[in-house]
Design a protein around this ligand. Structure first.
Ligand SMILES: [Fe+2]
Length: 292
């Protein structure tokens, strides 16, 4: 039982709301307790933090190396005007793509460990972020499906997932983040079941970037992967959607949870900040492959 902050579990198989601490000034002993809660719950929600961007980066760095420091997920353009849904530009396509369930950076050579995500401005309705417990989903599979998963892997690609929302990734992207992840090296191949390096528990690794399971034809692969996502997200006990307030921050374990964005009224401003924690190459690397 941590002595220096309060933990209120969310009514789901994962997740907790943390109060009684300030992430910007947390001491080392409290941080160590917080890391344990992060591994136990997979998702920690911190209301009312109002982190500056520098404070968010500094806090995230205390959890380990970063994959990148800060990306804005927003419908507000640099000039302050609002991105229109009908514009359907690359950034809007990235926002739309993120509305499919996924884990971050499974399309990179090293899957992300997690993320710190915070809300600066939020719309009055919608714009929730969904999370799904892929450890509980694995545990709930029937034995035959579990065995089928154990024996297979899938390729993960942002080219693949964005092409499904009409984003031509070969075209020059219109911004730094919208171009991130379209890497042109070998397409990472990842087992459908992965043991979490710190909890030792098994998790399903699937989501919108996964495709082309070796040993299955394309249609069979697509159908199986969709069935797994539908199964995982089909039990409300395994899903939580966070209804953001300005100043909220969350920390999630990307080795355990899938997540997704949800639509909002795009005539309202939404500004979110994402800091991505780098995965450990020893445990988050894709499977070795022959040169392609
Ligand atoms: Fe994401």
């Amino acid at each position: 039982m941590p002595g220096s902050f309060a933990v209120r579990p969310i009514d789901a198989t994962f997740g907790a709301v943390i109060s009684g601490l300030k992430l910007a000034t947390i001491d080392d002993a409290t941080l160590a307790e917080l890391k344990k809660s992060w591994l136990d719950y997979g998702l920690l929600v911190f209301p009312g933090q109002f982190l500056s961007r520098d404070e968010q980066i500094a806090f995230a760095k205390r959890l380990g190396p970063l994959e990148f420091e800060m990306a804005a997920l927003s419908n507000v353009k640099e000039d302050g005007t609002l991105r229109q849904e009908k514009d359907n530009d690359d950034r809007m396509k990235v926002l739309k793509g993120n509305m499919g369930w996924h884990m971050d950076s499974t399309y990179m050579p090293i899957q992300a460990k997690g993320a710190v995500f915070s809300a600066e401005e939020v719309p009055t309705i919608g714009g929730h972020t969904g999370f799904c417990d892929m450890r509980a989903a694995y545990d709930a599979l029937d034995e035959a499906t579990r065995a089928k998963c154990e024996g297979h892997a899938a390729y993960h690609s942002l080219h693949y997932s964005q092409s499904k929302v009409g984003h031509d990734s070969k075209k020059k992207a219109d911004g730094e983040y919208s171009g991130y992840g379209f890497h042109d090296g070998p397409v990472p191949l990842r087992p459908l079941v992965k043991t979490h390096p710190e909890t030792g528990r098994k998790n399903l690794v699937i989501g919108r970037h996964a495709h082309n399971i070796p040993g299955m034809d394309r249609q069979e692969s697509e159908q199986f992967l969709q069935e797994l996502v539908d199964f995982a997200t089909g039990d409300p006990r395994r899903v939580y959607h966070h209804d953001w307030r300005a100043g909220d921050a969350v920390l999630w374990d990307n080795r355990r949870l899938m997540h997704r964005a949800t639509p909002w009224d795009y005539t309202q401003r939404r500004i979110m900040w994402h800091t991505r924690l780098a995965g450990d190459p020893a445990s988050e690397s894709a499977l070795p492959q022959a040169a392609q």
